[in-house]
Ligand binder design. Structure first.
Ligand SMILES: [Zn+2]
Length: 331
């Protein structure tokens, strides 16, 4: 996005997209919170006196620089809350992930930031995003260190492709039962229709916080991708209300419980010979029947093993060694 088009954005959105927390940070600081900016695009607002009974909520947006809807949504929510700052009932960290990619209207600079949250990065280690992930990892550790047991991380995204369930979330299976149930109930409040239980890390930010910090964490897909300042914010109404309530310490309410899916198999791209068995426009949650070919990769043939499996995030263009799709089944 050019500097000129940034100028037409509402002030709160422009500020957040540029990693400028100036006014919002000042309002919370004046209200007596401990406010820090641990790195570019990262804001931490904590109670002045540490309180383990207080929940800790990490919100991340713009991990993919072209997914701008959640940036707008959170900018408006935080700006509104900062005018009555004492209503913030949780310790909050807000992370705008790919600041540099957002500035140029791209998804990433070198490589997908949401594959960098792993101990071994292989040939990803030399990419621009590896450095950014290190900064985010350090700030996240500092945020959760010493915080109480009620830890949340909502990593907010929008999808490129169409989906039979436009609003869905990925939840790491290793989250403790009680926290996981609370997370899934909150996702229902936020209008999320489907939840996929994920048994293994693909290097995502939300899996990292669940695994390393015991957070009730989720990658949340809120709708379709759009241009900063021109997003259809009506698709985020329910999610915005649920986030606002979470920040004010109100997590109870009536939501429709999401459908829950288990991961049947994770499809890994093993070589450049990788080919998907279906077209690139295939919607998320498209059903495939037992025996159908999901992908071929040299001598490896991935086929559907259950009577019916649904394909999510099919992407033959990922780097070799990374996840090229997930097959899920109804729980
Ligand atoms: Zn994304």
């Amino acid at each position: 996005m050019s500097a000129a088009s940034f100028d037409t954005l509402p002030e709160a959105v422009r500020a957040l997209a540029r990693a400028d927390f100036g006014q919002v940070a000042a309002r919370f600081r004046e209200a007596g919170f401990t406010v820090t900016l641990p790195d570019r695009g990262i804001l931490s607002v904590k109670a002045a006196a540490p309180d383990p009974a207080r929940a800790s909520v990490l919100l991340s947006v713009g991990v993919h620089g072209d997914e701008t809807g959640p940036i707008e949504m959170v900018a408006h929510a935080l700006d509104a809350l900062s005018h009555s700052p004492r209503e913030l009932a949780v310790d909050l960290m807000l992370c705008v992930g790919s600041i540099d990619a957002i500035a140029v209207g791209k998804r990433f600079i070198d490589a997908d930031l949401n594959r960098m949250f792993r101990l071994q990065r292989g040939d990803l280690a030399a990419t621009f995003e590896a450095g950014r992930a290190d900064a985010i990892i350090a700030a996240t550790r500092d945020f959760f260190d010493g915080s109480g047991p009620r830890r949340w991380h909502l990593d907010l995204h929008t999808a490129i492709r169409a989906s039979r369930y436009p609003k869905f979330a990925i939840v790491p299976q290793l989250i403790a039962q009680q926290a996981r149930d609370a997370l899934i109930a909150w996702l229902g409040l936020a209008g999320i229709e489907a939840v996929i239980m994920n048994p293994a890390s693909a290097g995502t930010y939300s899996y990292w916080t669940a695994e390393q910090h015991g957070a009730a964490a989720s990658t949340v897909e809120l709708g379709r991708i759009g241009t900063l300042g021109r997003n259809d914010l009506s698709q985020f109404t329910q999610a915005a209300a649920a986030i606002d309530a979470l920040l004010r310490g109100e997590t109870r309410g009536e939501g429709t419980p999401p459908l829950v899916f288990d991961t049947a198999q994770s499809i890994t791209k093993l070589s450049d010979a990788f080919r998907m068995g279906f077209g690139r426009e295939t919607e998320n949650f498209t059903p495939l029947k037992k025996g159908e070919v999901i992908a071929t990769d040299g001598d490896t043939v991935y086929t559907v093993k259950h009577d019916e499996e649904f394909v999510v995030f099919p992407n033959p263009d990922v780097r070799v060694g990374l996840r090229a799709g997930i097959m899920v089944v109804r729980k």
